[in-house]
Each structure stands twice: as structure tokens, then as C-alpha cells.
Design a protein around this ligand. Structure first.
Ligand SMILES: C=C1C[C@]23C[C@@]1(O)CC[C@H]2[C@@]12CCC[C@@](C)(C(=O)O1)[C@H]2[C@@H]3C(=O)O
Ligand SMILES: O=C(O)CCC(=O)C(=O)O
Ligand SMILES: [Fe+2]
Length: 357
């Protein structure tokens, strides 16, 4: 796991992060990572295939429960998001990242702000830069879209808002199925679920662009992390890159397994707050994004979480005399603050009796 860099990349002026919009002949030292081959990477075959689940399957609950317990990640079909919306969103993402660097910088995140163009928060834990560009949207995209395209921002806003709307509904549905698959009754869920209906879910959209890379073995698109959300729904274009970390088990050592792009699917992964809510039964999954030598990869993360002011702790029904609550309650905002301080130690810092922040 990463150690604190001598000079965090967040101290480097943003315009120096991606000189020449990633048109390098080789990977510069600033983007060359060590320790990328800490565990072997295996092909997604046999027992190393991420579960693919159809949301209309009559055995949905059992399949989700198994996938969450054994993997912390699964892919979904039968989700009702129209392919046409994803095509329109993809076109807007290409339009955004193809803009000249100085135009994108006009929509840069302001210090302390979540939304805008710039580095992902975990960048500050690494001394090397990632082979990617990101744009985060939390709330309305209008302000930043106007900076990007003063005369033509509405097509971007319309697509993003339509996507946000349908994804909240899908996220809310998945959240309830996941809670049901923990063995909770409908009444328990109404009592315990911090998201009453899809309107009060907090959400953020992360647009990721991974340009082709001349030496993909030497760098990384997005460093290994867990998400802080309840769950994240990830859309990836047809270029492979997402990998999840599998623990050591009877079929092999700890290994990175590729999650292949399957047309019209989303990859759903368990985040740290679901880990807390389920009292550790559904574990958040470590994942990362690799880059491709020839193809431009894009992905869109949709992060679903509780309303910002609601504290999330282990659901009472999931605790008992043999396993009391393992984590203390926390709001998403407090937890994101903790992650900015402790990164991959943040979840442990929530353990009752082990508070260190
Ligand atoms: C809601 C959010 C989740 C996120 C932090 C953020 O405020 C917006 C960006 C998200 C992201 C995307 C890349 C990976 C990640 C760990 C990061 O650094 O920024 C996630 C954050 C998260 O899961 O906490
Ligand atoms: O691009 C990907 O495959 C992963 C993106 C991701 O993990 C994130 O945005 O949190
Ligand atoms: Fe992620």
C-alpha cells in the first residue's frame, strides 16, 4: 500500500500534470510507477470470472448475496438504462476531454471543492501522477459546463442530468436488493435504510479518461483503492482496464482479476459505507484501472451514498451477541474527510475501540 510521498502531487500546479494532453512517446518519470506488479494479473476465466447478474432473474437475491459476500463486485444486465443514453454520454465525455488543456483548466476544481476538472482526491497519497484525466460532478454540472463551452453547454448538462436521474433510481433499487440479500425483511429495510427513496440519495458522477499509453506496464490509470460510497455503478466503454483484487483462496494466491467490458452492463462494487452498514459482511473491494497501448478508455463512476447529514453505522439486526457492532456511525462527509487524511486506513479507524482520528 502507498506510503506518503515526499512531495504530494497535489502541490504540483495542475497545468503541469498532463503536459501536451498525454502526447508522449514514452512514459515520463513523473508518471512511472513502481510496485504495479505486487500481485499477478489473471484472465477472467473459470472461478476468476466476476459474476454477471440479470436484475430480472427470479434468483436475484441469492445471486446478489453470493456475489457481495464472495467478490464485493458484480456486473448487471436487465437494468433499464437505455443504450442510447450511454452513447450520448460517451460522446459528451469525448467532447470534454478533447478540449485544449487551457479550456479544461477553466473548469478546474477550486480548492476544497468536489466538482470540476482535476486530480482525484486519492492522488495526494502518491508521488507519481496517474495516466488519466478526471472530471467530477456533484450537484448541477451547469457552472463548470459554462466554463468549458460558454456558447454550447446545454447538451452536456442535459445528458448528465438525465444520466444522474436514472442512475439514482437504479442505485436505489440495487441498494434495497443488497440490503434484502443480507436477510433483512422489507420492514427492517424501511427502518434501517438511510436512503428512503431515490430523491434523497447523495450521488456523484466521476468521468474518467485514460488516453492510450506507449508503455502501459510502467504506469497506472487509477491507483488501487476502495470507494467510500455505499455502492458504485461503473460504466466502461469497450476498452478493458478495470481490475479487482481477489484474496488468496483455495484456487490461487492474491491476484488482480480483469473485469471485462460487457456491452450494456454496469459493474457494481461495494464501497466502504456498505461495508460499515453490513457490519463487515459485505466487504468493500479494492480495484484499479490499467491503461491500453492503443485505445482510449473512458469510464463513468456513479457513487451512491446516504444523504450527507445522515450517520451510517452497522444495522442493528446485523449485530448480535456473537458479533457486536464493529464500526462507529459516520456521515459520508465525515468519512470522506477521514479518507483524505488516512486513505486506506480510514475504514480501520472507524473500528470501535481503534479510533485514531
Ligand atoms: C463522492 C465521491 C467519491 C470519490 C470522492 C467524491 O467526492 C468524488 C470523486 C470520487 C473518487 C473517484 C475516483 C476514486 C476515488 C477514491 C477518488 O479519489 O475520487 C473516489 C472517491 C471516493 O470513493 O471516496
Ligand atoms: O475506470 C475504472 O475502471 C475505475 C474507475 C474507478 O474506480 C472510480 O472512478 O472510482
Ligand atoms: Fe473506484
Amino acid at each position: 500500500m502507498p506510503s506518503l510521498p515526499e512531495k504530494p502531487v497535489s502541490n504540483v500546479p495542475l497545468q503541469l500534470h498532463q503536459p501536451k494532453n498525454f502526447r508522449f512517446d514514452s512514459v515520463p518519470e513523473s508518471h512511472a510507477w513502481l510496485d504495479l506488479h505486487d500481485h499477478p494479473t489473471v484472465d477472467p476465466t473459470g472461478p476468476d470470472t466476476v459474476p454477471l447478474i440479470d436484475l430480472t432473474d427470479p434468483k436475484l437475491t441469492a445471486k446478489i448475496s453470493k456475489a457481495c459476500e464472495e467478490w464485493g463486485v458484480f456486473q448487471i444486465t436487465g437494468h433499464c438504462i437505455q443504450p442510447d443514453l450511454l452513447t450520448r454520454l460517451e460522446a459528451q465525455i469525448h467532447r470534454l476531454f478533447a478540449l485544449p488543456a487551457d479550456r479544461k483548466l477553466k473548469a478546474a476544481k477550486s480548492p476544497g471543492d468536489v466538482s470540476g476538472y482535476g486530480l482525484v482526491p486519492i492522488s495526494s497519497f502518491f508521488s507519481k501522477l496517474m495516466w488519466s484525466e478526471g472530471f467530477t460532478i456533484s450537484g448541477s454540472p451547469l457552472h463548470h459546463a459554462q466554463k468549458l463551452w460558454p456558447d454550447d453547454y446545454s447538451s452536456f448538462c442535459e445528458v448528465v442530468e438525465e444520466f444522474d436521474n436514472v442512475m439514482r433510481q437504479l442505485g436505489n433499487k440495487l441498494l434495497h436488493v443488497i440490503l434484502f440479500s443480507l436477510g433483512l425483511s422489507k420492514e427492517d429495510i424501511i427502518r434501517a435504510c438511510p436512503v428512503r427513496d431515490w430523491h434523497d440519495m447523495s450521488a456523484a458522477v466521476q468521468l474518467n479518461s485514460y488516453p492510450p499509453c506507449p508503455d502501459p506496464e510502467r504506469t497506472i490509470g487509477l491507483a488501487a483503492h476502495t470507494d467510500s460510497s455505499f455502492l458504485t455503478l461503473l460504466y466502461q466503454n469497450s476498452v478493458s482496464g478495470l481490475q479487482v483484487l481477489r484474496p488468496k483462496d483455495h484456487t490461487g494466491p492474491m491476484r488482480w482479476v480483469t473485469v471485462p467490458p460487457v456491452p450494456n452492463t454496469f459493474t457494481v462494487n461495494i464501497g466502504d459505507l456498505m461495508h460499515v452498514l453490513s457490519n463487515g459482511r459485505f466487504r468493500s473491494v479494492m480495484h484499479r484501472a490499467m491503461v491500453n497501448p492503443a485505445k482510449h478508455r473512458i469510464s463513468v463512476g456513479f457513487f451512491c451514498g446516504p444523504p450527507m447529514d445522515v450517520k451510517v453505522g452497522p444495522i442493528n439486526k446485523l449485530t448480535g451477541p456473537e458479533r457486536g457492532p464493529v464500526y462507529r456511525p459516520v456521515t459520508w462527509q465525515e468519512y470522506q474527510r477521514l479518507r483524505r487524511k488516512l486513505f486506506d486506513k480510514a475504514l480501520d479507524a472507524l473500528k470501535i475501540g481503534e479510533e485514531i482520528a
